[in-house]
Design a protein. Structure first.
Length: 354
């Protein structure tokens, strides 16, 4: 879903655009068509791309994890901020889960809860610093990224011998290797291409969709991002909304860290090292504005899926990592350019309608 806050003076869309669909609907449809078309293209060029167990299963497992990373960035962007520490927060939360499994022998669910609490706390600290000091989120989250980089590395060095927690509680191996094909109702089973790990992504999407689409707090988060001064004058506690956004961002980042650790089977300090670019790519390609006020939960999933399909397809075609990063960087640049163009066009429509 796409949720946005429009200026009150904007002329209703049906009066200005006839029966045309809103831009974000076209965008999501375009993303869906593009994902399907690229999947078919790569399947024709490399038939192995359509192998459900060997290719699609790990691809969708990565997409599930990176979608949660992109959702963490989306929540911060909803208030006009960014979270440059999203990868380190993932590593920070996963570290507590690994510590709980290795030293406290916690069950999987308790370790996951500890992970989420740690992520929410570090996110709340970040949000409090931003709201309290008024310093740009870019500066605060960048500083937090460096602080967590050192802290997590020191903790792993002090608490482990191989810089990783390898204790795996019961159930975590199933999250890594089991698919919906392992869930059967009588003779009917799910798809072997869809990992059980995706259940966390679905729950995160449903929760955020409800928050932004059906609650007053969600609308206040978007208003804070669209126009902080106007939101403050309207009686919205913008400081608390910023704190909430970064708390949720930290919690989602920690969830992504847990999912990444479950996918590899180890909790290590390097978790989240490659989360930065996907977090922005998925959110921005999906329709979330960098300036705040507009988010798209479903679009974030489609944007992340598009990047995942491109990455996996080019990898099967033999494209090197360096070239692949160049292509992904160009995609992000185009997405940012489109985001800016869309903002300017929307502003001009509002000006012409007044």
């Amino acid at each position: 879903m796409t949720t946005s806050i429009s200026p009150p003076e904007t002329v209703p869309e049906e009066k200005t655009a006839g029966h045309r669909m809103p831009f974000w609907v076209n965008q999501r449809l375009g993303l869906l068509v593009l994902v399907i078309a690229l999947g078919i293209l790569f399947g024709v060029l490399r038939p192995a791309f359509l192998d459900q167990r060997l290719v699609l299963f790990p691809l969708l497992r990565d997409v599930a994890t990176l979608t949660v990373v992109a959702l963490a960035q989306m929540v911060a962007l909803s208030v006009g901020h960014m979270n440059l520490a999203v990868g380190r927060m993932a590593a920070f939360g996963a570290m507590f889960a690994g510590l709980g499994y290795d030293r406290l022998h916690l069950p999987m669910q308790a370790g996951l809860l500890l992970c989420l609490v740690a992520g929410a706390v570090i996110g709340a600290v970040t949000g409090w610093l931003i709201a309290r000091t008024g310093v740009s989120s870019f500066v605060v989250t960048l500083a937090m990224d460096f602080a967590l980089l050192g802290l997590v590395s020191l903790m792993y060095s002090a608490l482990t011998e191989d810089a990783a927690f390898t204790t795996r509680p019961a159930g975590i191996d199933a999250l890594r290797s089991y698919s919906l094909a392992d869930i059967c109702v009588g003779p009917i089973c799910g798809s072997p291409a869809i990992p059980q790990l995706a259940q966390f992504t679905v729950l995160a999407m449903l929760g955020l969709g409800f928050l932004y689409g059906c609650t007053r707090i969600g609308r206040e988060l978007l208003l804070t991002g669209a126009n902080p001064a106007a939101a403050e004058l309207s009686g919205i506690p913008t400081g608390r909304r910023v704190l909430l956004a970064h708390t949720l961002s930290g919690l989602l980042a920690a969830l992504a860290g847990f999912m990444a650790a479950a996918g590899t089977g180890t909790f290590r300090a390097s978790i989240g090292d490659d989360f930065m670019l996907p977090s922005f790519l998925g959110a921005v390609l999906g329709g979330t504005l960098l300036t705040g006020g507009v988010v798209s939960v479903l679009g974030t999933l489609l944007g992340t899926a598009l990047v995942g399909v491109i990455r996996k397809g080019l990898d099967l075609l033999g494209v090197g990592l360096e070239s692949l990063n160049i292509y992904l960087g160009c995609i992000l640049l185009l997405a940012l350019s489109a985001d800016r163009i869309r903002t300017v066009v929307s502003y001009r429509k509002v000006v012409r309608s007044t």
